[in-house]
Design a binder for this molecule. Structure first.
Ligand SMILES: *Cc1c(COP(=O)(O)O)cnc(C)c1O
Length: 387
Protein backbone atom coordinates (compact mmCIF):
# COMPACT_ATOMS: atom_id res chain seq x y z
CA UNK A 1 0.00 0.00 0.00
CA UNK A 2 1.36 3.38 -1.02
CA UNK A 3 1.54 5.90 1.84
CA UNK A 4 0.98 9.52 0.79
CA UNK A 5 2.76 12.36 2.61
CA UNK A 6 0.16 14.55 4.30
CA UNK A 7 -0.05 18.18 3.23
CA UNK A 8 -0.94 19.57 6.62
CA UNK A 9 1.72 19.34 9.34
CA UNK A 10 0.70 16.97 12.14
CA UNK A 11 1.64 19.03 15.18
CA UNK A 12 3.34 17.42 18.15
CA UNK A 13 0.68 18.97 20.37
CA UNK A 14 -2.44 21.09 20.04
CA UNK A 15 -4.45 22.28 23.03
CA UNK A 16 -8.22 21.81 23.12
CA UNK A 17 -9.89 25.10 24.01
CA UNK A 18 -13.70 25.02 23.92
CA UNK A 19 -16.41 27.69 23.82
CA UNK A 20 -16.65 27.59 27.65
CA UNK A 21 -13.05 28.75 28.05
CA UNK A 22 -13.52 31.48 25.44
CA UNK A 23 -16.67 32.81 27.09
CA UNK A 24 -15.05 32.76 30.53
CA UNK A 25 -12.12 34.81 29.25
CA UNK A 26 -14.49 37.37 27.74
CA UNK A 27 -16.44 37.52 31.00
CA UNK A 28 -13.18 37.98 32.90
CA UNK A 29 -12.11 40.84 30.63
CA UNK A 30 -15.55 42.47 30.99
CA UNK A 31 -15.43 42.10 34.78
CA UNK A 32 -12.55 44.56 34.97
CA UNK A 33 -10.60 42.22 37.30
CA UNK A 34 -7.60 40.76 35.48
CA UNK A 35 -5.02 39.89 38.13
CA UNK A 36 -5.32 37.32 40.93
CA UNK A 37 -8.94 37.51 42.07
CA UNK A 38 -12.24 35.61 42.14
CA UNK A 39 -11.50 33.29 39.20
CA UNK A 40 -8.11 32.30 40.59
CA UNK A 41 -9.71 31.64 44.02
CA UNK A 42 -12.43 29.54 42.38
CA UNK A 43 -9.87 27.57 40.37
CA UNK A 44 -7.81 26.88 43.50
CA UNK A 45 -10.88 25.62 45.36
CA UNK A 46 -12.00 23.42 42.48
CA UNK A 47 -8.51 22.02 41.99
CA UNK A 48 -8.01 21.24 45.69
CA UNK A 49 -11.33 19.38 45.68
CA UNK A 50 -10.41 17.44 42.55
CA UNK A 51 -7.10 16.27 43.99
CA UNK A 52 -8.51 15.82 47.50
CA UNK A 53 -6.09 18.14 49.32
CA UNK A 54 -6.63 21.03 51.75
CA UNK A 55 -4.66 23.79 50.05
CA UNK A 56 -4.00 24.68 46.42
CA UNK A 57 -2.00 27.77 45.46
CA UNK A 58 -2.32 28.87 41.83
CA UNK A 59 0.94 30.02 40.26
CA UNK A 60 2.34 31.18 36.94
CA UNK A 61 4.15 27.85 36.40
CA UNK A 62 4.94 24.43 37.80
CA UNK A 63 8.56 25.52 38.02
CA UNK A 64 7.44 28.26 40.43
CA UNK A 65 5.61 25.62 42.45
CA UNK A 66 8.65 23.36 42.68
CA UNK A 67 10.83 26.33 43.61
CA UNK A 68 8.47 27.41 46.39
CA UNK A 69 8.21 23.81 47.63
CA UNK A 70 11.98 23.63 48.05
CA UNK A 71 12.15 27.12 49.59
CA UNK A 72 9.56 25.76 52.04
CA UNK A 73 12.09 23.14 53.17
CA UNK A 74 14.64 25.81 54.22
CA UNK A 75 17.59 23.90 52.80
CA UNK A 76 21.06 24.74 54.06
CA UNK A 77 23.80 25.12 51.43
CA UNK A 78 24.92 21.67 50.34
CA UNK A 79 21.82 19.83 51.54
CA UNK A 80 21.10 17.04 49.11
CA UNK A 81 17.92 16.48 47.16
CA UNK A 82 17.62 13.15 45.35
CA UNK A 83 15.92 13.34 41.98
CA UNK A 84 15.61 11.73 38.55
CA UNK A 85 17.60 12.72 35.47
CA UNK A 86 14.72 11.69 33.19
CA UNK A 87 12.84 14.97 33.55
CA UNK A 88 12.66 18.53 32.34
CA UNK A 89 15.60 20.65 33.54
CA UNK A 90 13.29 22.75 35.76
CA UNK A 91 13.04 19.87 38.27
CA UNK A 92 16.76 20.00 38.95
CA UNK A 93 17.26 23.75 38.45
CA UNK A 94 14.97 24.62 41.36
CA UNK A 95 17.14 22.50 43.68
CA UNK A 96 20.10 24.68 42.72
CA UNK A 97 18.01 27.86 43.14
CA UNK A 98 17.13 26.86 46.69
CA UNK A 99 20.77 26.22 47.66
CA UNK A 100 20.52 22.43 47.46
CA UNK A 101 22.69 19.91 45.70
CA UNK A 102 20.90 17.68 43.21
CA UNK A 103 21.74 13.97 43.45
CA UNK A 104 20.59 12.13 40.35
CA UNK A 105 19.67 8.45 40.62
CA UNK A 106 18.59 5.93 38.02
CA UNK A 107 15.14 4.95 36.81
CA UNK A 108 13.09 1.81 36.20
CA UNK A 109 13.27 0.93 32.50
CA UNK A 110 9.61 -0.21 32.37
CA UNK A 111 8.18 3.18 33.37
CA UNK A 112 11.04 5.67 33.33
CA UNK A 113 10.25 6.47 36.99
CA UNK A 114 12.81 6.91 39.75
CA UNK A 115 14.02 3.57 41.14
CA UNK A 116 13.36 3.35 44.93
CA UNK A 117 16.35 1.02 45.42
CA UNK A 118 18.62 3.62 43.77
CA UNK A 119 17.10 6.31 46.01
CA UNK A 120 17.89 4.26 49.08
CA UNK A 121 21.50 3.73 47.99
CA UNK A 122 21.99 7.49 47.46
CA UNK A 123 20.88 8.58 50.95
CA UNK A 124 23.58 10.30 53.04
CA UNK A 125 23.42 12.29 56.30
CA UNK A 126 22.94 15.40 54.10
CA UNK A 127 19.87 14.11 52.26
CA UNK A 128 16.89 16.40 52.96
CA UNK A 129 14.36 15.53 50.29
CA UNK A 130 13.39 13.27 47.42
CA UNK A 131 11.92 15.11 44.44
CA UNK A 132 10.11 12.58 42.29
CA UNK A 133 8.56 12.95 38.83
CA UNK A 134 5.58 10.88 37.70
CA UNK A 135 7.13 10.41 34.26
CA UNK A 136 4.58 10.77 31.43
CA UNK A 137 1.86 10.49 34.09
CA UNK A 138 2.61 6.95 35.28
CA UNK A 139 2.74 7.21 39.11
CA UNK A 140 6.04 6.33 40.78
CA UNK A 141 6.29 3.38 43.19
CA UNK A 142 4.67 5.28 46.05
CA UNK A 143 4.59 2.41 48.58
CA UNK A 144 8.36 2.10 48.42
CA UNK A 145 9.08 5.84 48.22
CA UNK A 146 6.73 6.76 51.10
CA UNK A 147 8.31 4.01 53.22
CA UNK A 148 11.80 5.42 52.58
CA UNK A 149 10.62 8.98 53.28
CA UNK A 150 9.04 7.90 56.56
CA UNK A 151 11.78 5.62 57.87
CA UNK A 152 14.62 8.01 56.96
CA UNK A 153 12.67 11.19 57.86
CA UNK A 154 13.32 12.74 54.45
CA UNK A 155 10.69 14.97 52.82
CA UNK A 156 9.01 13.80 49.66
CA UNK A 157 8.04 16.33 46.96
CA UNK A 158 6.06 15.35 43.85
CA UNK A 159 6.64 16.91 40.46
CA UNK A 160 3.24 16.06 39.02
CA UNK A 161 3.63 18.18 35.87
CA UNK A 162 2.39 15.20 33.82
CA UNK A 163 0.03 13.74 36.37
CA UNK A 164 -3.03 15.91 37.13
CA UNK A 165 -5.30 12.89 36.83
CA UNK A 166 -2.94 10.06 37.86
CA UNK A 167 -3.72 7.65 40.69
CA UNK A 168 -1.66 5.12 42.61
CA UNK A 169 -3.72 2.35 44.25
CA UNK A 170 -6.81 4.56 44.08
CA UNK A 171 -5.13 7.66 45.55
CA UNK A 172 -4.59 10.72 43.43
CA UNK A 173 -1.02 11.92 42.84
CA UNK A 174 -0.56 15.01 44.99
CA UNK A 175 -1.57 13.10 48.13
CA UNK A 176 1.80 11.45 48.78
CA UNK A 177 4.36 14.22 48.98
CA UNK A 178 4.51 16.99 51.59
CA UNK A 179 4.05 19.32 48.64
CA UNK A 180 3.19 18.67 44.99
CA UNK A 181 3.43 20.89 41.92
CA UNK A 182 1.31 20.56 38.76
CA UNK A 183 1.79 22.21 35.36
CA UNK A 184 -0.70 23.89 33.03
CA UNK A 185 1.89 24.73 30.36
CA UNK A 186 0.54 24.83 26.80
CA UNK A 187 1.41 21.19 26.02
CA UNK A 188 0.33 19.65 29.34
CA UNK A 189 -2.78 17.56 30.04
CA UNK A 190 -4.81 20.69 30.79
CA UNK A 191 -3.60 24.19 30.10
CA UNK A 192 -3.87 27.80 31.18
CA UNK A 193 -1.31 28.81 28.53
CA UNK A 194 1.31 29.04 31.23
CA UNK A 195 0.48 28.13 34.80
CA UNK A 196 0.89 25.78 37.72
CA UNK A 197 -0.53 24.73 41.08
CA UNK A 198 1.18 23.91 44.35
CA UNK A 199 -0.76 21.75 46.81
CA UNK A 200 -0.23 20.66 50.42
CA UNK A 201 -2.26 19.53 53.41
CA UNK A 202 -0.29 21.60 55.95
CA UNK A 203 -2.00 24.83 57.03
CA UNK A 204 0.99 26.89 58.21
CA UNK A 205 3.15 25.81 55.28
CA UNK A 206 0.38 26.69 52.82
CA UNK A 207 0.01 30.14 54.36
CA UNK A 208 3.75 30.79 54.10
CA UNK A 209 3.95 29.52 50.49
CA UNK A 210 0.98 31.63 49.46
CA UNK A 211 2.62 34.76 50.86
CA UNK A 212 5.93 33.86 49.21
CA UNK A 213 4.15 33.45 45.86
CA UNK A 214 3.34 37.19 45.86
CA UNK A 215 6.52 39.04 46.86
CA UNK A 216 6.12 38.01 50.50
CA UNK A 217 3.19 40.40 50.96
CA UNK A 218 0.71 39.12 53.50
CA UNK A 219 -2.26 40.38 51.47
CA UNK A 220 -2.94 39.73 47.78
CA UNK A 221 -4.56 42.27 45.44
CA UNK A 222 -8.06 40.91 46.06
CA UNK A 223 -7.62 41.42 49.81
CA UNK A 224 -6.24 44.93 49.23
CA UNK A 225 -8.40 46.41 46.50
CA UNK A 226 -11.74 44.61 46.45
CA UNK A 227 -14.73 46.29 48.09
CA UNK A 228 -14.24 44.44 51.41
CA UNK A 229 -10.43 44.66 51.33
CA UNK A 230 -8.06 46.74 53.44
CA UNK A 231 -5.00 48.22 51.79
CA UNK A 232 -2.32 47.70 54.48
CA UNK A 233 0.10 44.77 54.23
CA UNK A 234 3.46 43.73 55.64
CA UNK A 235 6.56 41.87 54.53
CA UNK A 236 7.98 39.16 56.77
CA UNK A 237 10.13 37.37 54.19
CA UNK A 238 11.10 38.39 50.62
CA UNK A 239 9.13 36.35 48.14
CA UNK A 240 8.64 35.94 44.41
CA UNK A 241 6.30 37.14 41.68
CA UNK A 242 4.71 33.76 41.04
CA UNK A 243 0.95 34.37 41.24
CA UNK A 244 -1.53 33.15 38.65
CA UNK A 245 -3.92 35.80 37.28
CA UNK A 246 -7.62 35.56 36.50
CA UNK A 247 -7.37 35.25 32.71
CA UNK A 248 -5.31 32.08 33.19
CA UNK A 249 -7.75 30.80 35.81
CA UNK A 250 -10.62 31.42 33.36
CA UNK A 251 -9.04 28.75 31.14
CA UNK A 252 -8.20 26.45 34.04
CA UNK A 253 -11.71 26.41 35.50
CA UNK A 254 -13.09 24.80 32.33
CA UNK A 255 -10.05 22.76 31.35
CA UNK A 256 -10.33 20.99 34.71
CA UNK A 257 -13.86 19.83 33.81
CA UNK A 258 -12.46 18.11 30.72
CA UNK A 259 -9.41 16.44 32.24
CA UNK A 260 -10.92 12.94 32.31
CA UNK A 261 -12.43 13.21 28.84
CA UNK A 262 -9.03 14.24 27.48
CA UNK A 263 -7.30 11.41 29.36
CA UNK A 264 -9.64 8.74 28.03
CA UNK A 265 -8.92 9.78 24.46
CA UNK A 266 -5.15 9.77 25.04
CA UNK A 267 -5.44 6.35 26.71
CA UNK A 268 -7.25 4.98 23.66
CA UNK A 269 -4.51 6.31 21.38
CA UNK A 270 -1.59 5.10 23.53
CA UNK A 271 -2.97 1.58 23.98
CA UNK A 272 -3.62 1.28 20.25
CA UNK A 273 -0.18 2.57 19.31
CA UNK A 274 1.58 0.31 21.83
CA UNK A 275 -0.27 -2.72 20.42
CA UNK A 276 0.63 -1.75 16.87
CA UNK A 277 4.31 -1.26 17.69
CA UNK A 278 4.72 -4.51 19.61
CA UNK A 279 6.11 -6.28 16.53
CA UNK A 280 8.71 -3.61 15.62
CA UNK A 281 11.98 -4.87 17.18
CA UNK A 282 13.85 -1.59 16.59
CA UNK A 283 11.68 0.28 19.09
CA UNK A 284 10.03 -0.24 22.43
CA UNK A 285 7.33 1.58 24.39
CA UNK A 286 6.57 1.95 28.13
CA UNK A 287 4.52 -0.42 30.29
CA UNK A 288 1.72 0.16 32.80
CA UNK A 289 2.38 -1.50 36.15
CA UNK A 290 -0.58 -2.90 38.12
CA UNK A 291 -2.54 -0.62 40.47
CA UNK A 292 -2.00 2.65 38.65
CA UNK A 293 -4.11 5.07 36.69
CA UNK A 294 -1.77 6.50 34.08
CA UNK A 295 -2.42 10.00 32.74
CA UNK A 296 -0.77 9.05 29.41
CA UNK A 297 0.71 12.51 29.06
CA UNK A 298 3.16 11.54 26.30
CA UNK A 299 3.75 8.80 23.75
CA UNK A 300 7.53 8.22 23.90
CA UNK A 301 9.24 5.48 21.90
CA UNK A 302 12.77 4.19 22.63
CA UNK A 303 15.17 2.99 19.97
CA UNK A 304 16.48 -0.46 20.89
CA UNK A 305 20.00 -1.78 20.11
CA UNK A 306 18.37 -3.40 17.06
CA UNK A 307 17.75 0.04 15.55
CA UNK A 308 20.32 1.01 12.92
CA UNK A 309 19.15 4.61 12.62
CA UNK A 310 20.25 7.38 14.97
CA UNK A 311 17.62 9.35 16.86
CA UNK A 312 18.31 12.38 14.66
CA UNK A 313 17.68 10.27 11.56
CA UNK A 314 14.40 9.00 12.99
CA UNK A 315 13.28 12.53 13.92
CA UNK A 316 14.27 13.66 10.41
CA UNK A 317 12.22 10.77 9.03
CA UNK A 318 9.09 11.96 10.82
CA UNK A 319 9.79 15.51 9.66
CA UNK A 320 9.92 14.34 6.05
CA UNK A 321 6.49 12.79 6.54
CA UNK A 322 5.29 16.09 8.07
CA UNK A 323 4.95 14.75 11.62
CA UNK A 324 6.15 16.77 14.64
CA UNK A 325 8.02 15.06 17.49
CA UNK A 326 9.46 16.01 20.88
CA UNK A 327 12.21 14.74 23.21
CA UNK A 328 11.32 13.78 26.80
CA UNK A 329 13.97 14.00 28.06
CA UNK A 330 17.67 14.27 27.39
CA UNK A 331 19.16 13.17 30.75
CA UNK A 332 19.49 16.28 32.91
CA UNK A 333 22.69 15.18 34.68
CA UNK A 334 24.53 15.17 31.35
CA UNK A 335 23.75 18.81 30.61
CA UNK A 336 26.98 20.87 30.65
CA UNK A 337 25.97 22.82 33.78
CA UNK A 338 25.41 19.70 35.88
CA UNK A 339 28.60 18.06 34.62
CA UNK A 340 30.68 21.15 35.38
CA UNK A 341 29.10 22.06 38.70
CA UNK A 342 28.39 18.70 40.31
CA UNK A 343 30.76 16.40 38.42
CA UNK A 344 27.95 14.33 36.89
CA UNK A 345 29.14 12.05 34.09
CA UNK A 346 28.04 9.34 31.69
CA UNK A 347 27.60 6.06 33.52
CA UNK A 348 26.06 7.68 36.64
CA UNK A 349 22.54 6.61 35.63
CA UNK A 350 22.86 4.03 32.84
CA UNK A 351 19.15 3.25 32.37
CA UNK A 352 18.11 6.90 32.26
CA UNK A 353 20.98 7.59 29.86
CA UNK A 354 19.97 4.78 27.55
CA UNK A 355 16.34 5.84 27.59
CA UNK A 356 16.94 9.59 27.46
CA UNK A 357 19.39 9.55 24.59
CA UNK A 358 17.34 7.04 22.53
CA UNK A 359 13.85 8.46 22.93
CA UNK A 360 11.51 10.67 21.00
CA UNK A 361 7.85 11.45 21.61
CA UNK A 362 5.15 11.08 18.98
CA UNK A 363 2.10 13.36 18.73
CA UNK A 364 -0.49 12.64 21.44
CA UNK A 365 -3.49 14.83 22.27
CA UNK A 366 -7.26 14.41 22.35
CA UNK A 367 -7.81 16.46 19.20
CA UNK A 368 -6.00 13.85 17.08
CA UNK A 369 -8.40 12.05 14.74
CA UNK A 370 -8.31 8.29 14.18
CA UNK A 371 -6.82 9.06 10.75
CA UNK A 372 -4.05 11.10 12.37
CA UNK A 373 -3.25 8.17 14.65
CA UNK A 374 -3.27 5.71 11.74
CA UNK A 375 -0.96 8.02 9.80
CA UNK A 376 1.55 8.09 12.68
CA UNK A 377 1.43 4.28 12.84
CA UNK A 378 1.94 3.94 9.06
CA UNK A 379 4.79 6.45 9.01
CA UNK A 380 6.44 4.68 11.93
CA UNK A 381 6.31 1.35 10.07
CA UNK A 382 7.83 3.02 7.01
CA UNK A 383 10.67 4.61 8.99
CA UNK A 384 11.45 1.53 11.03
CA UNK A 385 11.26 -0.85 8.06
CA UNK A 386 14.62 0.72 7.16
CA UNK A 387 15.87 0.32 10.69
C1 LIG B 1 6.66 20.89 32.02
C2 LIG B 1 7.41 20.36 33.17
C3 LIG B 1 7.81 21.16 34.23
C4 LIG B 1 7.69 22.65 34.21
O1 LIG B 1 6.39 23.10 34.05
P1 LIG B 1 6.14 24.66 33.81
O2 LIG B 1 4.68 24.83 34.14
O3 LIG B 1 6.44 24.92 32.37
O4 LIG B 1 7.01 25.42 34.72
C5 LIG B 1 8.38 20.57 35.33
N1 LIG B 1 8.60 19.24 35.38
C6 LIG B 1 8.26 18.44 34.35
C7 LIG B 1 8.50 16.97 34.48
C8 LIG B 1 7.68 18.97 33.19
O5 LIG B 1 7.38 18.17 32.16
Amino acid sequence: MELKRREEHLYFHRPWIGPEEKQEILDCLDSGWLTTGPRTKAFEKKFAEAIGVKHAIALNSCTAGLHLALIGLDLKPGDEVITTPLTFVATANVIVHSRGRPVFVDVDRRTGNIDPAAVERAITPKTRAILIVHYVGHPCDMDALCAISKSKKIDLIEDAAHAVESEYKGRRCGNFGRMTAFSFYATKNITTGEGGMLVTNEDALAERLRILSLHGMNKDAWKRYSAEGAAAWQLEEPGFKYNMFDIQAALGLHQLDKVEKFRRRREEIVLRVRREFADIPALRTLEDLPGVKNAYHLMPIYLTPRCKLTRDQVIQGYKEWNVGTGIHFDPVHLQPFYRKTFGCKPGDCPVAEEMGTRTLSLPLYPKMSDDDVQYVIDVTRKIFSAA
